[in-house]
Design a protein around this ligand. Structure first.
Ligand code: ATP
Ligand code: PYR
Ligand code: K
Ligand code: MG
Length: 577
């Protein structure tokens, strides 16, 4: 049980304690109003992750005195708290970790182990499994957050539409031999039909000519189209290989992709129904597969706001079209996933590394979090140790300053998911340290970032703040933020000091889980900024996480709630005393 502190209350008469938030205590309180008669209520355990300013409708001064100590509870997750206690400010991990949840890790026990192992975001791929299964996993994660003080965000990833194999006549993989002739059809067939492959999309052969190349999964096997029979294609295997279930099909002519993805809807009827589900479950992120332009992102964001949903929309970059419209997609979305798996079906594999670096850089410039996904530790689906090349790939992603790294099958279906997560954690920690030592005082690549976000005052304040924190070697940056904008602008500079983002908005807290170097903390914020700052520093101090003499840089962007107030944006250095 995550505990901020134990509290004993002595009741002298017929008193009522009002407005405790649900979950405030370590035992369940379902009502917001609890009555106690005379006696002593001992060892009420106050959870982290839930904040409340308590109002006490009592005459007893004794109770008020006890409760005063707890006024304003810090919503700091248990994992960051432990990491901070063990390793100090500079030891906090900066790169965020996303785990795909699948049959290998969906029990509460497994999910808890992943949360303890550093999972910041749990991803659910709507391509697989049932609605009930997904719902069950989401509820388990939310329960763990509430009861055990974790702060794991939930992401759903839409199925999207793509030309792929639905049936190749075998339960798992089939081998295509050199020179063998295969029919690709959309017709459904019963049982096994040798050398026949069923594709999922009626128009899959439209515009395809004899002589075109059909590539499976970006290079697992290659065929040449030798004949068109109605809408079916007869093909000869020119590069033998494996056809896996759900393998992706792409067509090439003269070394170029024959672009097809704009024919298919980014959001199918199934995707919309999954989005309704995501809204009703209150998920934190919706990742859109096969985004081809900004319109679909804007459309979904507008739709979510009509539903009062605070889910953030991530665009997955996994098509050639998306690369052509990268900037507009990045600007429209709340973040990006570089989906290297399907991207490798649409562009030659040797282009992936440079494209990854370019997308990562564009995202940082435009101040949007970016996740690097797919095959980071692929061999760990089978083996308990990664290849050296995989560790090098992970390190490179960290060196590029991606916000987050993602596990796919490694956690979803592999028996070594927790180990894979720890490989990500150790490798990113090592690389972060190395980059910091390399960069020392020059982490601020401001000349490279340029002025590129709309709010230039906020941008300048945050750039200066990050620079100051580095130059002065400050212990931490505290930022007070409603929507996370300032926290994100500081993170964009990738400063050495950890960024603690204090917010009173839970959806901001959950969204910031994806941002490099940011530890979001839920806290009650009043209009009095000085009071907020002092109270949060005191709370952190009470927990033993900061001590006298530590120096923090404080940045705030609290927007006025009344006409009498002005926008409060400031930088100050505070030495804890
Ligand atoms: N909920 C699930 N139930 C069963 N299997 C799953 C589930 N989620 C993932 N998997 C398995 O893990 C593998 C990797 O998962 P992942 O979701 O990353 O697939 P992907 O094909 O890379 O993603 P996408 O479909 O978005 O392109 C999948 O091929 C699938 O076998
Ligand atoms: C993650 C994903 O969708 C991909 O790599 O294709
Ligand atoms: K998907
Ligand atoms: Mg994909």
């Amino acid at each position: 049980m995550a505990v901020v502190g134990d509290l004993s209350l002595t009741f002298s008469g017929k008193e009522t304690i009002c407005a405790f938030k649900k979950g405030m205590f370590g035992f369940p309180i379902s009502s917001r109003r609890v009555s106690f008669s005379a006696g002593k209520l001992q060892n009420c355990r106050v959870n982290t992750g839930v904040y409340a300013v308590m109002q006490v409708g009592v005459e007893s001064t004794e109770i008020s005195k006890d409760l005063e100590k707890f006024e304003g509870v810090l919503g700091l997750d248990v994992v960051s708290e432990e990491e901070l206690k063990e390793r100090g400010f500079l030891g906090l991990r900066k790169t965020k970790l996303v785990c795909t949840i699948g049959p290998a890790c969906c029990s509460s026990d497994d999910l808890e182990k992943l949360a303890l192992g550093g999972m910041n975001v749990a991803r659910l791929n709507m391509c697989h499994n049932t609605r009930e299964w997904h719902q069950d996993v989401i509820r388990k994660i939310k329960n763990l957050n509430e009861e055990k003080g974790f702060s794991v965000s939930v992401m759903i990833d839409t199925e999207g539409s793509q030309i792929q194999i639905v049936d190749h006549g075998a339960p798992s993989s089939v081998k295509a031999e050199d020179g063998s002739i295969w029919d690709f059809t959309t017709e459904k067939f019963e049982g096994t039909r040798p050398f026949t492959v069923q594709a999922n999309y009626e128009g899959f052969s439209e515009g395809i000519n004899v002589g075109d190349e059909l590539v499976i999964d970006g290079g697992m096997a290659t065929f040449e189209v030798v004949e068109k029979i109605g809408i079916d294609l007869r093909c000869k295997c020119t590069d033998p290989g494996l056809l896996l279930p759900r393998a992706k099909l792409s067509f090439w002519r003269d070394g170029r992709l024959v672009g097809r993805s704009d024919e298919l809807p980014t959001l199918s009827a199934k995707d919309w129904s999954d989005i309704e589900f995501a809204i009703s479950e209150g998920v934190d992120f919706i990742a859109l597969s096969f985004v081809n332009d900004a319109d679909v992102v804007t459309h979904l964001k507008n739709y979510l706001s009509t539903k009062s949903s605070k889910s953030k929309v991530l665009a997955k970059i996994e098509s050639l079209e998306a690369l052509h419209k990268l900037d507009e997609i990045v600007e429209a979305s709340d973040g990006i996933m570089i989906a290297r798996g399907d991207l490798g079906v649409e562009i030659p594999l040797e282009q992936i590394p440079t494209v990854q670096e370019e997308i990562t850089y564009r995202c940082r410039k435009l101040n949007k979090p970016v996740i690097i996904a797919s095959q980071l530790l692929e061999s760990m689906i089978e083996y308990p140790t990664p290849t050296r090349a995989e560790v090098a790939d992970v390190s490179e992603a960290v060196r590029q300053y991606a916000d987050a790294l993602m596990l796919s099958g490694e956690s979803a279906i592999g028996p070594y998911g927790q180990k894979a997560l720890s490989v990500l954690r150790m490798t990113s920690g090592r690389m972060e340290l190395w980059s910091r030592e390399e960069n020392r005082e020059t982490v601020l690549f401001e000349h490279k970032l340029g002025a590129s976000v709309p709010d230039q005052i906020a941008e300048q304040i945050c750039n200066r703040a990050a620079g100051m924190a580095n130059n002065l070697g400050l212990d931490a940056i505290f930022v007070y933020t409603k929507h996370g904008q300032m926290a994100s602008l500081i993170s964009r500079n990738r400063p050495n000091s950890p960024i603690f983002a204090f917010t009173n908005d839970n959806s901001t807290r959950m969204a910031l889980n994806l941002q490099w170097g940011v530890t979001p903390i839920l806290i009650d914020l009043s209009d009095d900024m000085e009071a907020n700052i002092n109270r949060s520093i005191n709370l952190i101090k009470t927990k033993g996480l900061i001590k006298d003499g530590d120096a923090v840089l404080v940045v705030s962007d609290i927007i006025p709630t009344s006409a009498a107030q002005t926008v409060f944006q400031s930088i100050q250095v505070k030495t804890v005393a």
